[in-house]
Design a protein around this ligand. Structure first.
Ligand code: AHG
Ligand code: MN
Ligand code: MN
Length: 334
């Protein structure tokens, strides 16, 4: 008798039944995120052939040129969730304002915040891409959330994760009971459990940062990066540099093998580039659940008080010892 594959929905219902995130509704919400992953993955496999490369004429609220695939991925998330009945609000990197589900449509008790396509500079050169999602609970009966009620600290997330469009398509998530990875089996269109309880090594030997910005960084950050390049057998230095241009791909690499990703604050831009609510918070939840750490350089990402939907935050994330060492340098203690 064949061993029945452990699909995403079966895994959630069977092995996390004790957790609040294990309701059928939540399992279906995650399955819908998997559906977006299948739609985008399908497009990406043929991207050069179906006129989805390049940029639109639009600029988003971030002030960035919107790539065709940014818009396609955002539309897929909105179309899949707007009528799903699982969410009461949607907020995206690509939409200035959140979408609240009209009162006369079915809506659920979850607020979904997402980066529909992460690593957009990689769309036209066949390099890795991802999507990042954060799930908050909103259970006020028929009342719909105000925009301000979306501005929750990362500690209030009930689930978070990412889709990685790499050599294979993966869905990695946590509901606060460890981190689980599923790989899309295109032959049957199902996500099957491939990485059970992912734990990040306490220290790595890899760092990911855009060193083209080195001259913009404060002195402590520069000293930390310099320290990674000197030989030190005790700590495995020099570290190897691995930077893909896609936060999801770089974080996934260090989640499995250890190491550190930095998009630090700059002297003239102390808030950095990455967005708190739908990039830093969800990845911080995943990495902490795997035993790692996520910091602004001076404080825990998950405890940053959000003031605006598209608020930016410096992000230092990865193996615990590596992040703590970076914090010491950034805070002038090393
Ligand atoms: P997005 O494509 O959603 O805007 O995210 C891009 C982010 C992140 O994925 C990546 O690590 C970083 O921006 C790259 O920024 P630089 O090109 O400035 O290095
Ligand atoms: Mn992004
Ligand atoms: Mn994006």
């Amino acid at each position: 008798m064949r061993e029945f594959p452990l699909t995403l929905s079966r895994f959630i219902i069977e092995s996390q039944a004790s957790h609040q995130g294990a309701t059928g509704e939540f399992s279906s919400l995650l399955t819908q995120i998997g559906l977006v992953g299948k739609l985008i993955s399908q497009d990406l496999r043929r991207a050069g052939l179906i006129n989805i490369l390049g940029a639109t004429d639009d600029t988003n609220v971030q002030g960035e040129t919107v790539k065709k695939l940014d818009a396609i991925a955002n539309d897929d998330f909105v179309k899949v969730f707007q009528h799903s009945g699982y969410v009461c609000a949607l907020a995206s990197e690509e939409m200035e304002k959140p979408i609240s589900i009209p009162g006369n449509w079915p809506h659920g008790k979850y607020m979904l915040l997402f980066d529909p396509l992460d690593g957009s500079s990689n769309t036209d050169n066949n390099m890795p891409l991802g999507a990042i999602f954060s799930v908050l609970k909103y259970d006020r009966g028929d009342r719909l959330p105000t925009d301000e009620e979306l501005l929750c600290r990362g500690t209030e997330q009930i689930a978070a994760g990412y889709l990685l469009y790499g050599s294979s398509t993966m869905l990695v998530y946590t509901v606060g009971q460890g981190v689980y990875g599923f790989t899309l089996e295109p032959g049957i269109g199902e996500y099957l459990l491939s990485h059970e309880r992912i734990t990040i090594p306490d220290r790595g030997r890899v760092y990911a940062a855009n060193e083209g910005n080195y001259h913009k960084w404060p002195g402590g950050t520069k000293k930390y990066l310099d320290s990674l390049k000197v030989s030190d057998k005790a700590t495995g230095r020099p570290y190897s540099s691995r930077y893909s241009g896609c936060l999801v791909a770089d974080v996934h690499r260090l989640l499995l093998g250890g190491g550190i990703y930095l998009y630090p604050g700059e002297v003239d831009k102390p808030e950095g580039k990455l967005r708190l609510l739908y990039e830093a918070n969800p990845l911080a939840f995943v990495v902490e659940q795997a035993g790692g750490k996520a910091s602004t350089g001076t404080s825990r990402i998950l405890e940053v008080e959000p003031k605006k939907l598209h608020q930016r935050v410096p992000l230092i994330i990865g193996s615990r010892q590596d992040v703590e060492q970076a914090e010491a340098y950034i805070q002038g203690k090393a």
